[in-house]
Design a protein around this ligand. Structure first.
Ligand code: URP
Ligand code: ZN
Ligand code: ZN
Length: 474
């Protein structure tokens, strides 16, 4: 009789392409069999009445990323990845930020040193390119893509980080030549700076003005521009953290024209609005992120994008700062003007409960689409499939068990991130992950860390299949 390290019994096993009630046999951290009457096992888990899905993959998180203004991120790799697994995410793709003048090797060395031995989830790094010198684009990036760093992000906003259009084009050309996948943060920096100047001249400093200085149109324009620049060079592009209908429709139109454009949205654009930035006593600072949360029409538009396939991936854009902290949202400068409040909100632990509750439990998406948006599409897009993103024989045993009947509000007191608040406090959630497993080892049970030693590994990635397809078409 076949023997396994572990068998998960009787759950409804859901992949992006279908579901079946079956047992899962796991050996050496890998899924070894699917079926019934599999044999014996050293350990058994009863998943009867539960939903069993591939471990979540969050392909947009910021952990331990330094900021030029002295603010300090609330999560290091230990807390950020622990928070991830407690929310049903077993792989995260954090960004490694190149500071101007820095070599990419130096950047990666630093992040690897911080992550090594501390991660509770698997990690795989994207780069952020802020200084696309001939050496970076001609030497460093091509070598790093070969080594499995197959994606990078650029910004069209943030002074000191944004690229100008000619730099974007050169970086896109490098992506095309090396087969890397490029992600773009789409907001028009010049328009934002102009609007900030106007607001400050009128003594408008409160957090709510973060939203009015970054209106939908600056995102729509930059989205259109990024897609157009990608068309000039003929390269795929990922438009990250889309917040509203006009930007979503730019992506839809590009897809309809046959462009390889991928859209990502995030929980904050489904359940928060700009009204949250208007809380009394500077509490609106808790919701400052870019692009900012919009309005209920934008929420509906983002849902339409999810339901109709304009958005292929659902990420957290976890970018945590403490609120009541001189190195966080309430820094001395941050209390003077919205423009100095560090941008970003925590969300790696709440991403999937929000998608499950607002999406699956409310009947907007089915379980298969939940798996696609939360795991499979990330794995496919970023070159991790089928090692990750699917419950199949030969894949890593990264498995999460969900209890659709578990109902409770999100509460800061129950979360595991390093932030001192959650922007989703009190949001009622129907359906919670109750067990997370990383390569066959239980890392979360009943919403709490299971006490396993940090065994997360860094994953070198293949090139995105999207890039390969686009190149083959040339
Ligand atoms: O406000 C945000 N989103 N901060 C994180 C950095 C980024 O733009 O993704
Ligand atoms: Zn961004
Ligand atoms: Zn981000």
């Amino acid at each position: 009789m076949t023997h396994y390290d572990l068998i998960i019994h009787g759950g409804l096993v859901v992949n992006a392409d279908g579901q079946q009630r079956c047992d899962i046999g796991i050996r050496d951290g890998v899924i070894a069999a699917l079926g019934t009457d599999l044999g014996t096992a050293s350990e058994q888990i009863d998943a009867t009445g539960k939903i069993v899905v591939p471990g979540g993959i969050d392909s947009h998180v910021h952990i331990a990323q330094p900021s030029g203004d002295g603010s300090v991120m609330a999560d290091d790799f230990a807390s950020g990845t622990l928070s991830a697994v407690c929310g049903g995410t077993t792989t995260v793709l954090p960004f490694c930020l190149q500071q101007k003048g820095q070599s990419l090797r130096e950047v990666l060395k630093d992040y690897h040193a911080q992550a090594e031995g501390n991660c509770h989830a698997d990690v795989s790094f994207h780069l952020i390119i802020t200084d696309p010198t001939p050496n970076v684009l001609g030497q460093e990036l091509p070598a790093l893509v070969e080594e499995g760093y197959t994606s990078f992000k650029v910004f069209l906003t943030y002074e000191g980080m944004r690229l100008y259009d000619d730099e974007v084009l050169a970086t896109m050309d490098c992506a095309r030549e090396t087969g890397a996948l490029m992600m773009v943060h789409c907001e028009n920096e010049d328009a934002i700076r102009y609007l900030i100047g106007k607001h400050e001249a009128q003594a408008k400093f409160e957090p709510k003005y973060h939203a009015t200085t970054r209106p939908q149109v600056v995102e729509r324009e930059a989205t259109h521009r990024a897609i157009s620049l990608a068309e000039v060079v003929d390269v795929p592009v990922v438009i990250v953290h889309v917040s509203n209908g006009p930007a979503m429709r730019e992506i839809r139109a590009a897809k309809e024209r046959g462009r390889a454009v991928v859209g990502e949205t995030c929980p904050q654009y489904l359940v928060l609005t700009a009204d949250d930035l208007d809380l009394a006593d500077w509490e609106g600072a808790k919701f400052v992120c870019s692009p900012p949360p919009r309005d209920t029409q934008s929420q509906a538009d983002c849902w339409e994008g999810i339901e109709t396939g304009v958005f292929d991936i659902f990420s957290s854009d976890h970018c945590p700062f403490r609120y009541d902290d001189p190195n966080g949202k309430l820094s001395a400068a941050g209390q003077q003007s919205f423009r100095y409040i560090p941008n970003g909100i925590p969300g790696v632990e709440t991403r999937l409960p929000i998608l499950f509750s607002e999406g699956v439990a409310k009947g907007r998406i089915d379980l298969e689409r939940f798996v696609a948006l939360s795991s499979t599409n990330h794995a496919k897009l970023y070159g991790l499939y089928p090692q990750k993103g699917v419950i199949a024989v030969g894949s890593d045993a990264d498995i999460v068990i969900w209890d659709a009947g578990k109902s409770a509000p999100i509460e800061q007191a129950r979360l595991h991130h390093g932030a001192d608040y959650t922007p989703y406090e009190g949001l009622h959630i129907n359906g919670w992950p109750v067990l997370s497993m990383l390569r066959g080892v239980v890392v979360m049970a009943d919403g709490e860390p299971a006490g396993a030693a940090p065994a997360g590994q860094h994953l070198a990635r293949a090139r995105s299949p999207l890039v390969a397809v686009a190149q083959a078409q040339l």
